[in-house]
Structures are given as C-alpha cells and as structure tokens.
Design a binder for this molecule. Sequence first.
Ligand SMILES: NC(=O)c1ccc[n+]([C@@H]2O[C@H](COP(=O)([O-])OP(=O)(O)OC[C@H]3O[C@@H](n4cnc5c(N)ncnc54)[C@H](OP(=O)(O)O)[C@@H]3O)[C@@H](O)[C@H]2O)c1
Length: 308
Amino acid sequence: METLLVFGGSGLLGGKVAALARESFQVVATYTRTKPRHPGINFVELPKENVEEGMVLVRKTKPSAVIDAEAMDDVDRCEEERDLAWQVNAGSTGSLARVATDIGARYLFVSTDFVFDGTKGGYREQDVPRPVNHFGETKLAGEHAVLAATADHLVARPGLLYGWDDTYLNFATWVLSSARDGTPIDVATDWIASPTFADSLAAGVLELLKVRDGGVYHLAGADGMSRYDFAVRLVKAFGLDPETVRPVRAAELHLKAPRPANASLSSAKAKRHRIAVLPVDEGIAAMKEQRSLDSFVPPAGFKSGVSG
Ligand SMILES: NC(=O)c1ccc[n+]([C@@H]2O[C@H](COP(=O)([O-])OP(=O)(O)OC[C@H]3O[C@@H](n4cnc5c(N)ncnc54)[C@H](OP(=O)(O)O)[C@@H]3O)[C@@H](O)[C@H]2O)c1
C-alpha cells in the first residue's frame, strides 16, 4: 500500500483527509499541539516550522503524495508574528515541496481565498492574487514555492471551512453552539466567501491528487454569501432561533488585519475534472445527518479569526 503524508493532521481539514485516506493509503500525519485520536493513523508530533525534521520525515516515510493542510491561519496573529507566519506558511512549505520533488512524491498545498483582495468576488484561477494582509502574502508565497519546485505539484484554494470538529471551534460550530445556548453573536454582513464543507473538500483533495495537470485549483462550495447569511442558514437548518445572529458591519468588529470583502471563488476548473464541493444547503444537511448538535461539546480550543 502506498503512503500518504499529511501535514496538519490535527486540523479540521487535515483530520478529515487523514481519516478518509485510510481506505486507500497507509497514512502518516503530523500534529503540533493536539494529538488526535483517529485509529489506524500514525501521528507524529512535528510543528511545520521545524523544517529540518519535516524534510527528514518526508524522506523517511517515502510517501507517494504529501497533503499540506498545516498553516498558521490565525489571520490577526500573523500580523504580529510575521516571521513565524512566513516560516510556517511559505518557507517550510517550499522546503518540503522541494524534498517531495526529489523523491518523486506529489505535493498538494492547501492555500486560501485570502490570496485575493476581495474587490471583485467570483475569482477564477487566472485572476491575479493581491493579498490585503500578511497571512494572504505568506500563503501566496507558499503557493509560488510549491509550484517552483515542480509545475506538477498542486495548489487547492478553499473558502470558509465548516464541519464537525471536536478539537477547535470553527465558524459553523461557533455559530451553532452559540445559538443553541442562546448566546447572541455579532456576524459580519459585508464579508463574502464561498463556504466549503470540510468533509467534501477532503474527498475533493484526494481526487485532485489523481488529476494529471499540476497547478492551482479552486475547491469551494458553489455559493458565495456573507458570513451573516451563512450563519442564518445554519441556525435555521438546525431549528434554532436566527435572532441570536446579529448583523454587523465588519468594521464594527475592530479586527487587527484587514480582510478581503468578497473572496468568493469560482470552482469551475475543478468541476471540469468532476471534482466539486457540496453546495451550502447540501453541506449543512450532511452535517445534520452526521451528528446531532446535542452531542456536540464545544472544544476549549477556539481558533481566533473564527468570529465575525
Ligand atoms: N479555516 C478556514 O476557513 C480556511 C479557509 C481557507 C483556507 N484554509 C486553509 O485550509 C487549511 C486547513 O485549514 P483548517 O481550518 O483545517 O486548519 P486548522 O483546523 O486551523 O488546522 C491547522 C493545522 O495547522 C497546525 N497549526 C496551527 N498553527 C500552527 C503554527 N503556528 N505552526 C505550525 N502548525 C500550526 C494545527 O496543529 P495543532 O492543532 O496540532 O496545533 C493544525 O494541524 C489551511 O492551510 C488553511 O490556511 C482554511
């Protein structure tokens, strides 16, 4: 059986990729702070900034492919710890992708819609990225480093991720657990993105590994919408009171880093390869099928940047 190496196996997406890939690969996955408890996956503690160790791990495990879903993705913290953000998201990414090239493994880097400035929305792969914050700059540099290592490598850009995760709250689980508890939350009406169901994205990422042409692929849900509209849809679908979600302008949230106003993505290129992430209503319905909200205990770990 071939080996798949997943950087960021403790994250929302990385955990789902690692779990799903067990069906067809021997999976080795890294974590930084929290060791996940999925059976059948060999978890290794390795923060991505320890790049020498990461390079050794790639050589040692000899994977046929590497999925890099690890990032310093706290957008506001990236403004303050600029060098660390650069090292994790760009420097280490390039070094790991070059080792993958040396051993003949395909490298798939999970990037972000935040590479765009958000003035237009509906972005396609050929649109020119123009990040408005340091996080976006570092991820764009990571993309360039991966594709410089060989044009056969892959970059997948999702939008706002959502799905069940017992390790960290994400936007959707924050909205749902707040509504369940009757806690009002302020959510921006003027940040638009393409919500991306993490389970569906995980399957898409594994499919993308089979596509012959390297390069950039947008992999997001088809509907662009404001965070507020997404939050209201979620709450209504789970039979909760939408009044707990209070509409605000993003400026009222007083966040450190600017965000792209409309970073929605067109994923038509991936669709031509028969790869698609579920539309929002179907993704929310799948979440409901998977688990009841009653059984969800909000984890203490809260990813900053989730709110709003
Ligand atoms: N979340 C979104 O809405 C969104 C939107 C667009 C693109 N993306 C991209 O999609 C990918 C997966 O996102 P996700 O939401 O699944 O991520 P996540 O749940 O935040 O997980 C990120 C992973 O990176 C590790 N990590 C976090 N901070 C780190 C640091 N400072 N140094 C080294 N490792 C660190 C985490 O390890 P520990 O948990 O063990 O510390 C975890 O394994 C990322 O590349 C992200 O940029 C996410």
